[in-house]
Design a protein around this ligand. Structure first.
Ligand SMILES: Cc1cc2nc3c(=O)[nH]c(=O)nc-3n(C[C@H](O)[C@H](O)[C@H](O)COP(=O)(O)OP(=O)(O)OC[C@H]3O[C@@H](n4cnc5c(N)ncnc54)[C@H](O)[C@@H]3O)c2cc1C
Length: 465
């Protein structure tokens, strides 16, 4: 039996993980069905830009790649809401500007990670499409331009994305123990482009995530490094008032934009053509009942846990898989069996928690952010967070600016929502909050409970040098 360490899939998670394994001295082979991205152009309507937050930054920091990646990101300090009528409204994310999200093109990030792998000596085999796996023989079968290829492995890392063939085959070959549940979202998305102004300046505020919340649907915009924006329109697949099935022609697209996103029209001269031409992306939540098989297979990234993108955490979670498994292997002196078992116990509940919260956030982004009561509670929470930073960190802050486990952040969020409900009662303005009473509740009830779960309120600050 060969003692190879094999990674299948060189997306964001597979390439970061292969790089980390190489740093630990493993002779890593990576098999990827696509060509090397440096030889390709970004596919139209499939660029996707992501926000990287604490857990993603941590992954890059641990690999020693953060300084290389940060210069190709754009800091994002808050949400800019575009109502149907009236002024835009800015809602800051963090306590101050030291807390921000980083927008980056998925394509550029992937290219940079793959280049780092190649430079480090990782063996990369592009255009190798995994067709089958015999789990108990530790055998992989690929389709390549030169014909079929069969290889064996000692340890296999499945980073082949949301549609993972390894996950499918494992569930077929060990069906009692492994099952994957895939829940498709009832909304799809289309990507559109908003170019920089003719003088090269950005046409919207660059350091914000722009949202056009419209109840059942929405549009979002995130800046790219060249001052253009990637816009993503999310609409239900079917059912009124606006849905993909009814939009068949450029006239239909125009009607949608005139009615829903009118302020964006003048900035997007090609929106009608792009909307018709670009692919309609699908979104799903994937939950796998067990992420490891003996000491031979571990799943990381979307292959283990695709989640919907509304908390901006899919990659962040995938990078956290990498830092978690790396530490477990180090702590266990590279005992794969023990580290794999621990990884399954520790990280799976985190993925389930953020999967739930990402689904909830869809409702928040498309609907609640524009709602007066929601905005009132957000302002109240911001007052509490500023007045009592030692006791209170919002759920959003815990997820995006700390490394507190996702499942702990989820539990804290439930308590926080009850607390905000209680404090908001009979309050006319967030500024009228009774600070003495609030401090007493936080000091005596809320914080001791949160602290017992290991919650820390300070932000994680990665070392950039
Ligand atoms: C619209 C949208 C917005 C998003 N926004 C954010 C965000 O703001 N923040 C965030 O953290 N996340 C975000 N995400 C999620 C993020 O894109 C994913 O979580 C991330 O790309 C997962 O990385 P991965 O490496 O696990 O999988 P992928 O990136 O899917 O990589 C899988 C790789 O495996 C390869 N592969 C597949 N099958 C085979 C095979 N049979 N043989 C060989 N190779 C194979 C693929 O070609 C691919 O290269 C967003 C996703 C979407 C759709």
């Amino acid at each position: 039996m060969a003692s190879k360490v094999v990674v299948v899939g060189s997306g964001l998670v597979g390439s970061l993980w292969a790089y980390m394994l190489k740093q630990r001295g493993y002779d890593v082979e990576v098999y990827e069905k696509r060509p090397d991205p440096k030889d390709l152009k970004v596919p139209a309507g499939r660029s996707i830009n992501l926000v990287i937050t604490s857990r993603g930054l941590r992954g890059l920091e641990v690999a020693g790649l953060l300084n290389q990646i940060l210069p190709i990101t754009v800091p994002v300090y808050g949400r800019c809401i575009h109502p149907k009528s009236g002024e835009t409204l800015f809602q800051p994310y963090g306590r101050d500007q030291s807390e921000c999200n980083y927008s980056i093109s998925r394509w550029e990030l992937n290219k940079a990670l793959i280049a780092a792998c190649l430079q480090a000596g990782v063996k990369m085999f592009f255009e190798h499409d995994l067709e089958s796996i015999e789990v108990d023989q530790k055998q992989l079968d690929f389709k390549t331009a030169r014909g079929p290829l069969q290889i064996n492995y000692a340890h296999l890392f499945a980073t082949d994305g949301a549609g993972s063939i390894i996950r499918k085959k494992l569930a077929e070959q060990h069906s009692g123990e492994y099952n994957a549940v895939i829940d498709w979202l009832d909304s799809d998305y289309k990507e559109l482009q908003l170019a920089a102004n003719p003088d090269g300046s950005p046409a919207l505020e660059k350091n914000a995530l722009h949202i056009w919340p419209r109840g059942t649907h929405m549009m979002m915009a995130l800046a790219n490094n060249d001052n253009s924006f990637t816009m993503t329109a999310y609409l239900p697949k079917i059912n009124p008032p606006w849905n993909f099935s009814q939009i068949k022609s450029e006239d239909d697209v125009e009607k949608l934009f005139q009615s829903e996103f009118a302020d964006a029209i003048s900035l997007m001269p090609n929106y009608k053509k792009e909307f018709i031409a670009h692919p309609q992306g699908k979104l799903a939540t994937v939950r796998l009942s067990k992420w490891v098989y003996q000491d031979s297979i571990a799943f990381l990234g979307d292959a283990a846990h695709a989640i919907v993108p509304f908390f901006g955490q899919g990659t962040n979670l995938g990078f956290e898989d990498c830092t978690t498994l790396l530490k477990l292997l180090d702590d266990a002196n590279q005992d794969f069996k023990f580290a794999f078992e621990q990884y399954n116990i520790i990280q799976r509940p985190n993925a389930n928690a953020i999967a739930d919260m990402a689904l909830e956030n869809f409702v928040e982004m498309r609907d609640k952010v524009g709602d007066a009561q929601f905005q009132f509670k957000k302002k109240l929470e911001s007052v509490i967070e500023k007045e009592f930073p030692q006791y209170y960190r919002s759920r959003y802050g815990l997820i995006t600016y700390t490394l507190v486990p996702y499942h702990v952040a989820q539990a804290v969020g439930v308590k926080q929502s009850q607390l905000l409900e209680r404090l908001a009662k009979n309050l006319k303005s967030p500024e009228d909050l009774d600070l003495i009473l609030t401090k007493e509740i936080l000091e005596k009830e809320f914080y001791p409970w949160a602290e017992s779960l290991g919650v820390q309120t300070q932000s994680y600050q990665p070392k950039t040098n």
